[in-house]
Design a protein around this ligand. Sequence first.
Ligand code: MTE
Ligand code: MO
Length: 410
Amino acid sequence: MASKQPDRRAFLKRGAALAGGLSLGGVEPALGQTPESGQSVEGQSVEPDDYSTPELIAYGKRSRHVTSVREPVNGRPSPDEFGLVFHIGTPLQEQVGAITPSALHYFGTTRGSIVPEIDPDEHRLMIHGMVDRELIFTMDELKRFPSVTRLHFIECAGNRSSSRHSKIIESHGMTSCAEWTGVLLRTLLEEAGVQDEGTWIVAEGVEEVKGASSLPMAKAMDDILVAYAMNGEPLRPQQGHPLRIVVPGFEGILSVKWLRRIKVVDRFYMTYNDYGHLRQDPDQAALSYQVGPKSVITYPSMGQQLPGTGFYEVRGLAWSGGGVVSRVEVSTDGGQSWMDADFRGTPQRMAHTAFSFNWTWDGSEAVLMSRCTDELGQVQPTRAQMEGGLDNSIQPWRVERDGSVQNGLA
Ligand SMILES: Nc1nc2c(c(=O)[nH]1)N[C@H]1C(S)=C(S)[C@@H](COP(=O)(O)O)O[C@H]1N2
Ligand SMILES: [Mo]
C-alpha cells in the first residue's frame, strides 16, 4: 500500500469512537433509518421540471427547493423607497465550504447605494497623480495584463457581535469569500511609474467621494487586486461590475467597487469613508485597517435547532487579515477546554477557511465556541480581551437541553 494512503482501520476506529458507531456495520446506525419491509428508493421518480427551458439551458438557476437568501443586517429594507440598497448579509447558517456563491455574497455600502449600471465597453480606469505617465485603461486593455486568481474574504467593519442578535446573519453575515481574478495593482502602478513622493493612493468609485478610500503605497504595491472577475464570471453589479479593488485582509470599506480612478498622492486623504478610527500615520494605518484572526461556528449557530442527541459535525469558518489561518480550536464547554478542529480544504492567505469538528451531543447544556490562530501567531480574543476597533471576538453559542441554539452573549 502506498504510504500516502489513509489508514482505513484507524479512520473507522476514530469514527466509531467519536460517533458511537457511525461507520461500523452490525451496530445501530448513528444516523439514517433502516428501511421498512418492501420499502425502496427506486420509486423516487424523476419528475418533469422547468429547468430545461431554452433560457435555463443557456444559463442555469438553482433548484426551487434551495431557499437560502441574503437579509438586511440593520433592519433597514433594501431597496428603500428611493431605490437605495443598504447592507445585506450572507446566510452563513447555510454556508457550505469556503466560497460564497456570488448571488449570496454580502453587500456593503458606505451610505446606501444605487447599484450603477455600467457598460464595460464604455468604462475606463484612470491612474494619475504622482506618476511618470498618467494612464487611462479600457477593460480590454486591463485584461491583457498578466492576471492573478486568488481566494479572498471581504469583511465590513460593521460585522459585530451583540447580545441583541438572534441570527448569525446579523452578527457575522457581513463577510463573504470569493475567488477573485484581475491584475495586481502593482502591475498597473509600475506601468504608470510611481514617483518617489507617492506614498498613498486614493481609489475612487463612480459615485465619486462616497466610494473613495485612501490606502498606503506599501499595501498597493503588495497584494491589492484590481479585479474584473469573481467566482469564474465577470463581477456582479452589486460587487462592483465591471471593476473593483480587493484589498486582502483589510476592512471591507477599502475594497472600492465600480472603480474608475486611482490617484497617487503624498499623504493620507480624508474621504467620505473616514469615520474616526482609521489611523492616518502611515506606519500605523495598516494596523487599524487589518482584520484580526476571527472565526465563527456556522452550524450549529443561533436560531437553529438540534434534532436530538448524538453525532454532529460542528462546522464553521475562520479567517485573518494577517495571512493564513494556522489553527482553529473548538470548545463545547464555554472555553474551559479546547480541541483542534480539522481544516476542510487548504487554508489560503486572507481567505475564509472552512473547518469542522466531530461532536457527540449528550443532551446536556453546552456552549460552543471556536478560536482562530493565524500564521503570525495572533490568537482570536475573547470579548473581554478585545481592545476595541474591529470586532474579531470569540462568539459563544449556547445549546439548550431542548436542542435550541441561542446567542451565548445573551
Ligand atoms: N464604490 C463603492 N465601493 C464600496 C462601497 C461603496 O459604497 N461604494 N462600500 C464599501 C463597503 S462599506 C464594503 S463593506 C465593501 C463590500 O463589498 P461587497 O459589497 O462586494 O461585499 O465594499 C466597499 N466598497
Ligand atoms: Mo462596510
